[in-house]
Design a protein around this ligand. Structure first.
Ligand code: KG4
Ligand code: ZN
Length: 363
């Protein structure tokens, strides 16, 4: 079976072709992503109207490239899958309407999928590697989400914890902007924090606990609050950490001092990552024996990847993290999620529309 996936929920126009082989493996034939980051960078974030317009301009060409790279004709496509929620409404509508037209014109079945389920489904595309089989727990960390899900089956996904305000990626982007890292700041923040940890511990890639035990991390002027909410909830609040970090930066400036950006980025990252590790550890205890999948743009974060590998090892469960190319927004993940929705009989028709919101139940 050959599936074409479409994604335009934020600032990436993406089209991919995925084959579901006889063996059951989901194999990527093409995965084209056209990023609008250079367009939005000068505004320091995504401008919704500009994003929609850029999707309109790009989607035909990207579709053509996805089909030709895959060596597949329109007739050979068996299923059309598109992100229909959540995201920027004007942006979502571009791929939804394009996919509807594609399905109608070629008489192929259509499914609408959640962007979040798409991120989780990126873990099903591991090439020759191991892929998770439900039930398992999934952490989705992106610009818009920091949520822990229990994936009961390929199409039954329940949120068991998450941020009550800002997302982890959003907080990296906002704080990163203040300390001069261009949008999106995640990757630059990651590298700066790595340098800070190296400076604090005198060696490359120290563990988070080594960094937290270092004299630099204990410096009271760098102390930041944990975004993990107290108690046995699996929830976070990243806005508290963000506000404390902004205050710390302002106080330093008012005193006429300059902050060591590397150490600050390391301290901020350590609090953010440790909070996620703590709640994931709690979730894994609650659902003992179930594996852990990690997805979304922030799953590319090297500190988070290393710390979660430690947590999974401690708990004796497998960890699944997609390759970096599948952590950020892409359409191969949408094709993979669409395949399972199709198997469950969740077909859409030409009345399919887009929604900016998460589903009230699940994702
Ligand atoms: O999943 P994604 O591409 O789009 C959304 O669905 O939001 O995630 C984008 C987010 C941005 O906030 C970006 O700064 C963050 O992922 N990001 C990272 C890293 N690479 C991308 N955050 C931390 N460390 C990284 N290495
Ligand atoms: Zn995303």
């Amino acid at each position: 079976m050959i599936i074409i996936g479409f994604e335009s929920s934020c600032d990436e126009t993406a089209v991919a072709v995925v084959e579901r082989k006889e063996s059951g493996e989901l194999h990527i034939l093409s995965n084209i992503v056209s990023s609008q980051v250079p367009i939005h960078r000068k505004y320091g974030g995504v401008v919704p109207e500009i994003a929609s317009r850029a999707h309109v301009e790009a989607i035909s060409e990207i579709t053509h490239r996805a089909l030709s790279t895959a060596g597949v004709t329109v007739e050979e496509i068996d299923l059309v899958s598109v992100t229909d929620h959540p995201g920027l409404i004007g942006a979502l509508l571009v791929a939804v309407n394009f996919a509807k037209g594609f399905a109608l014109a070629s008489s192929k079945p259509l499914v609408g999928v959640s962007h979040i389920r798409g991120h989780i489904a990126a873990c099903y595309l591991a090439g020759n590697g191991e892929v998770p089989k439900p039930p398992f727990l999934a952490l989705v960390v992106s610009g818009g989400h920091t949520s822990i899900y229990r994936v009961a089956s390929y199409t039954e996904v329940e949120e068991i914890g998450g941020t009550r305000d800002d997302a982890m990626g959003e907080s990296f982007d906002k704080i990163g902007r203040i300390i001069g890292i261009p949008y999106p700041a995640g990757a630059g923040f990651d590298a700066l924090a790595a340098e800070g940890m190296r400076l604090a511990c005198g060696k490359d890639e120290p563990s988070l606990s080594e960094f937290r035990a270092s004299a630099a991390a204990k410096d009271p002027t760098l102390t930041l609050p944990s975004p993990a909410l107290a108690g046995d909830t699996l929830d976070f609040s990243f806005s508290g950490l963000k506000t404390a970090a902004i205050n710390l930066l302002h106080r330093t400036e008012q005193r006429g001092e300059t902050i060591e950006r590397e150490l600050f980025a390391a301290a901020y990252t350590a609090e953010a990552v440790e909070a996620v590790a703590k709640k994931i550890s709690l979730a894994l205890s609650r659902y003992a024996g179930e594996g852990l999948a990690v997805a979304g743009g922030v799953a590319a974060n090297s500190h988070l990847r290393r710390r979660l590998a430690e947590v999974a090892k401690e708990k004796g469960v497998p960890l699944f993290i997609p390759p970096l190319s599948l952590c950020g927004d892409n359409a191969a993940m949408i094709a993979a999620a669409g395949y399972y929705e199709y198997l469950a009989g969740h077909l859409a028709d030409s009345s399919l529309s887009a929604s900016a919101l998460d589903d009230p139940i699940g994702t």
